[in-house]
Ligand binder design. Structure first.
Ligand code: VGL
Ligand code: ZN
Length: 201
């Protein structure tokens, strides 16, 4: 067995997070070619997909009188309210058409529970409900992860912190990520990732 097995985790490269999408991340589409080019360097490629039912509790439209980007307190803690995005089965939830999805070993979906958001590829936003990704990686002997995708300060951030806490060696390739940057959230995310031992490349 190899001393280390290194996987590429591609976070939420979906139409709704790209220009023209419901929750567009500036420059979200500009990272796709670079991500495709990187895939061949890894023992495994894993894609995540934000995948919400309509009426999801993270949508501002589910909270009368509330607007997108306001905060609410959910039973599991503070939650940003988002525009409706990545509703399962819609074109917005589909991967960017240029993403080399045929290369994926695994596609993992998150955010399906209507009452609970899920930024991280490992745990939902209650920080305890697992997605199953940790078990998949462990059973394949994967102990090192490079992360790319959208958005640096939300789903990449939470996935990187959780992976580091679970004991993986984690590197975030920032040139192949793009951020929403809501009220300083990018700088805060970078600090949180570094504090957990994540390498920001
Ligand atoms: C994301 C906000 C809501 C992300 C997903 O992929 O970073 N952000 N849902
Ligand atoms: Zn979402």
């Amino acid at each position: 067995m190899q001393a280390t097995t290194h996987a590429l985790l591609v976070i939420d490269v979906q139409n709704d997070f790209c220009p023209g999408g419901a929750l567009a991340v500036p420059g979200g589409d500009t990272i796709v070619a670079g991500i495709n080019a990187l895939m061949g360097d890894f023992a495994a490629v894993i894609l995540t997909q934000d995948w919400h039912p309509s009426g999801h509790s993270s949508f501002a439209s589910s909270h009368p009188g509330r607007a997108p980007l306001e905060m609410v307190t959910m039973p599991y803690g503070p939650q940003v309210l988002w525009p409706d995005h990545c509703v399962h089965g819609t074109g917005g939830a589909a991967f960017h058409p240029a993403l080399a999805t045929d290369r994926a070993d695994l596609i993992i979906r998150k955010g399906m529970n209507p009452a609970l958001d899920s930024y991280s590829a490992f745990f939902e936003n209650d920080r305890t409900t697992p997605t199953g990704l940790d078990g998949y990686l462990r059973s394949r002997g994967i102990d090192q992860l490079t992360m790319v995708g959208l958005a640096t300060d939300f789903c990449v951030h939470y996935s990187a912190v959780d992976a580091a806490k679970l004991g993986y060696r984690v590197r975030v390739a920032q040139e192949l990520c793009r951020a929403i940057d809501l009220g300083g959230s990018l700088a805060a995310a970078q600090t949180a990732m570094r504090d957990c031992g994540v390498t920001l490349a």
